[in-house]
Structures are given as C-alpha cells and as structure tokens.
Design a protein around this ligand. Structure first.
Ligand SMILES: O=C(O)CCC(=O)C(=O)O
Ligand SMILES: [Fe+2]
Length: 298
C-alpha cells in the first residue's frame, strides 16, 4: 500500500489497499497517519459491503450514529445512505440532503464535532453529483498575517437550525432545537496531526461572537469566499467503488447538483467520532503583537 499525494499535498490516492478480513495493524496505523497528513484519502475500485464499510471505518475510531434517524440502515445504525432511489427502484426526483449542496464541515454544530467522514459510492450519476473539498489549512495560510492575527481571537456560533433553513428547509422543531442548541467554536482550529492552523467555518456558522449581525455575517462570507477559491479546492468526480475519507478538522466540502429525477446516486456514509476542538495557535510574532497592544498607553 502506498500514498500518491494530490494537488499541493492536499489529499492522497491510496494505492494497493485491499479490504479483507485481516487488515494488519501496520496498515491501520499508516492509514490513520495518512488521513492526518493529507486530510483527504481516495481509494478506488473498492467492493465494500455495509459490514466491511463499518469495519473499515473503525480503523479510524469509534463510529457515530446520525441524528436524523430516518436514514439509518436497519441492521447498521452507523451507516447513513444518501440515495435518491424510490421504493420502485427508480430515481425519485428528491435530493436526499439539500444541506450538502452548501459548503460545510460535518457536525460543526456539535460541541464535539466528528473527526472524519467516509463516503462509499454505490451508484453515481453520469453528469454532476461531484463532491468539492476545500483545504482549510492552506486557506488559513493564504490570509495576511494581520487577518490571521485577528481571526485567532474570534469565536463563531454554529447552529444546525440556521443551516437547515439556509438550504431551503423549515429548520428544526422547537423540541429538536432544544436538543441541539447552538455551539461556540473558535474561528481558527488547531490541526493536531500537521501542527498547522485551519479556518473552521461552513454553512452551520451563524455569526461571530461579539460582532453585530451584519458585520459578523459579512466577515464569515469574506472568509468563506477566500477558502473556496479554486486554488484550495479539489473536485472529486465519483466512480462506482470509490471510497473517499476526509478530515473534518481541516476541510470543508459540498456536493454539486445532479438531475435527481433521472440519474441514480447512492452513497453510503460512515462518520468517525471526534474530540474537542482546539483553538488555533499564535506564532511568537503574533504573541508579541498582542503583548505590545496591551502594554501600549491609550
Ligand atoms: O453527497 C455528497 O457529495 C456529500 C455528502 C456530504 O456532505 C456528507 O456525506 O457529509
Ligand atoms: Fe457533509
């Protein structure tokens, strides 16, 4: 098994991995390490049953069960199927999750968001239905030192109710909103495996703590527009049998449109549990700046 880095070290193709019942400890370690370093892994030509997918997912940690219970596969609560196939076996013209069409980071609305998401392609459309991934580490590093210094001080409110509304839905019931209240996350997140900072935003981001509504939303929009510039983005064009795994600590993603009335698209999803978000680290120069500002006579 070896890793072929993609554009600018963001993402790697995993070559020569064969999923069988005995994936050795060394391969597991190398896969975990590669996910941390590349933030995105692409495996092609996989034949994964739901059982194998769950077992494969556990290489990266414990798996989550999604909050939208309706989508669970009965025997595999860890698997969430994104499918537009109706009961008659044909495309039903319904997009399974319109929220995925917006740039987002999975579960940033959870106090402890998810570490990684894995999608396995069972059926893919001929036109569209790609997935775009943004490298939030290089996006952070692409900002000026002044911007970086400001961003490191800021916190952002993430709210599932608001992102559901952004994608055209009614949002959550009051009861669900109580179960899933907004959470506060740092705008810049520390990415442990690479020791680099990453912008932490996406459609669940509602506003910036301490800023007026319009100013906060404006700032979020400015940063998001920078992060999704083509130079930071990889576009995955799916083939049946692809497995893509991404690190939600340092990426955003979104699906592109396809014709849900004509083309079948079935992706099986598993999600690896995460750990608490760590605020981005300042450089010694930024620390000196803050110290100077605080000691300057006003
Ligand atoms: O359907 C896609 O391409 C992306 C789905 C998605 O956002 C996810 O599985 O987290
Ligand atoms: Fe997602």
């Amino acid at each position: 098994m070896h890793f072929i880095p993609m554009k600018d070290g963001f993402g790697a193709i995993v070559d020569g991995f064969r999923e069988d019942s005995s994936v050795d400890a060394d391969s597991c370690n190398r896969l975990r390490e590669a996910l941390g370093q590349f933030r995105l892994l692409v495996l092609r030509g996989m034949a994964l049953s739901p059982e194998k997918q769950v077992r494969f997912g556990r290489i990266f940690g414990d798996l989550e069960v999604h909050v939208l219970n309706a989508y669970h596969k009965p025997q595999h609560p860890e698997i969430f199927e994104l499918s537009n196939i109706g009961p008659d076996g044909f495309p039903n013209a319904v997009h399974p999750d319109k929220g995925t069409l917006l740039w987002h980071t999975d579960a940033s609305w959870q106090g402890v968001p998810v570490l990684a998401t894995m999608l396995f392609a069972v059926k893919v459309p001929v036109n569209g239905g790609h997935t775009l991934f943004a490298d939030m580490i290089r996006a952070y590093e692409g900002f000026s030192p002044t911007d970086q210094g400001q961003f490191l001080q800021l916190d952002v409110i993430h709210d599932l109710h608001v992102s559901l509304q952004k994608s055209g839905g009614p949002g959550m019931t009051e009861e669900k909103q109580k179960e899933r209240p907004p959470v506060i996350q740092p705008l810049v997140r520390w990415h442990e495996p690479t020791g680099r900072n990453a912008i932490y935003l996406g459609s669940h981001a509602r506003n910036v703590v301490g800023l007026a509504d319009i100013a906060g939303r404006g700032l979020i929009e400015r940063i998001m527009n920078h992060c999704i510039e083509p130079r930071f983005v990889y576009e995955h064009i799916w083939r049946t049998g692809d497995m893509v795994i991404w690190d939600n600590r340092a990426t955003m993603h979104r699906a592109t449109e396809y014709d849900t009335a004509i083309e079948p698209r079935v992706l099986r999803r598993t999600v690896v549990k995460g750990s608490p978000v760590i605020r981005g680290r300042t450089t010694p120069a930024q620390d000196r700046d803050v110290a100077l500002r605080h000691s300057a006579p006003s």
